[in-house]
Design a protein around this ligand. Structure first.
Ligand SMILES: Nc1ncnc2c1ncn2[C@@H]1O[C@H](COP(=O)(O)OP(=O)(O)OP(=O)(O)O)[C@@H](O)[C@H]1O
Ligand SMILES: O=P(O)(O)O[C@H]1[C@H](O)[C@H](O)[C@H](OP(=O)(O)O)[C@@H](OP(=O)(O)O)[C@@H]1O
Ligand SMILES: [Mg+2]
Length: 325
């Protein structure tokens, strides 16, 4: 056991407002930990000691990646501090969070797993950095990306722009690809998505609204903000199925496959707080992983569709890690 049992927490003001801080304090206390909000504008040494860092630093890492000097200083200082204090348990390790922020990296990690043997896939994807349309056409062809496809910003977290996406239906509108981006084949899934929430060795999944079915056609591109589509209470017009697509029978997710996805990706990403978005291909019944998120909402304060006893699960995970460290 470490000489202190203090947990330092850092997350954005926006995220802090979504959690019940008092409940976190109570649950930490029940597990014998003291919790406090880390101030990144003060030296970490001054706020030490602590044996756990629980954080969602994605926004700061993202702006550091984009060259913001203050964010670079902060991340640098946190990383150096953790190097000097290597016994601190970090949820989740910063290098692992960094690799998840890049959507291309993220899909490549999924593709390298053995999930395909369970009927799980990540839709064909490629990274587009060049605006030259002939190069784009070649890249799509070589990576088997088909129309329609979604263009997603490479940086997957940490800013509004990370969630601005387009659906491209034909070659004429390739001009709408906002490079740099990841292009990913669109999988028709009857407008239902499953979010797997992972907290250490526990997971659960919930159903959410999603984009309706689309076909390749001569139509113009659709531009949308992904934050409007798959929240528990989203009511996007892009989620309303065409009358012909409304079906009585639909694929149901197999809890065993969802468990394999959760266990496999937790290991591959080396992270304990994860959200995985899964769609079921309406024609084949295969499971497509379309997004992985670091420290997602977990259903937030109200918990109406979220992780049951979320903080207890976090503290269980922390206790196991602290003990094994
Ligand atoms: N390959 C795909 N095929 C079909 N629909 C997709 C695909 N990728 C994304 N979508 C749809 O677009 C929405 C947004 O995509 P994605 O989850 O990648 O965005 P995000 O910005 O990372 O979202 P989040 O806020 O969950 O992090 C999904 O909820 C889903 O409805
Ligand atoms: O409903 P969920 O948990 O999917 O909503 C998440 C969303 O998927 C992203 O993970 C958001 O994080 P950023 O991409 O970093 O903005 C989460 O926002 P947060 O403020 O809770 O961290 C959403 O809750
Ligand atoms: Mg995401």
């Amino acid at each position: 056991m470490p000489p202190n049992k203090r947990i330092a927490v850092w997350m954005s003001e926006k995220k802090l407002q979504k959690i019940n801080w008092q409940e976190l304090v109570t649950v930490c206390d029940k597990h014998g930990f003291e919790v406090f909000k880390l101030d990144l504008n003060r030296s970490l040494e001054e706020q030490a000691p602590f044996c756990v860092l629980l954080h969602k630093l994605t926004d700061i890492i993202a702006s550091a990646n984009q060259g913001d000097i203050r964010s670079m200083e902060i991340i640098n200082e946190v990383e150096k501090y953790l190097e000097r204090n290597s016994t601190i348990t970090v949820l989740d390790p910063i290098p692992n969070v960094k690799q998840l922020l890049d959507r291309y990296n993220c899909y490549s990690i999924i593709q390298a797993t053995n999930l395909h043997s369970y009927g799980v896939f990540t839709p064909p994807f490629c990274v587009l950095r060049n605006e030259d349309l002939d190069i784009i056409k070649d890249q799509l062809k070589n990576s088997l990306v088909t129309f329609p496809f979604i263009c997603k910003p490479i940086l997957g977290h940490g800013s509004r722009q990370a969630h601005e996406m387009s659906i491209i239906f034909n070659e004429k509108y390739l001009i709408d690809c906002k490079t740099p981006c990841v292009a990913q084949s669109f999988i028709n899934h009857n407008a239902i998505l499953y979010k797997i929430f992972i907290v250490g060795d526990k997971h659960c999944f919930v159903e959410r609204p999603s984009l309706k079915n689309f076909q390749a056609s001569q139509r113009e591109s659709i531009h949308f903000d992904s934050s409007d589509v798959s929240k528990a209470d989203s009511k996007s017009r892009l989620s309303v199925l065409d009358p012909d697509d409304v079906v009585k029978e639909r694929w149901q997710p197999d809890p065993k496959v969802m468990e394999v996805i959760a266990n496999t990706l937790r290991k591959s990403f080396g992270m304990d707080l994860l959200g995985i978005d899964v769609v079921i291909d309406k024609s084949t019944g295969r499971y497509g992983i379309i997004d992985v998120n670091a420290y997602p909402g977990f259903g937030s304060v109200s918990g109406y569709d979220g992780f049951p006893n979320f903080f207890d699960a976090v503290l269980d995970c922390i206790s196991k890690k602290v003990t094994s460290n």
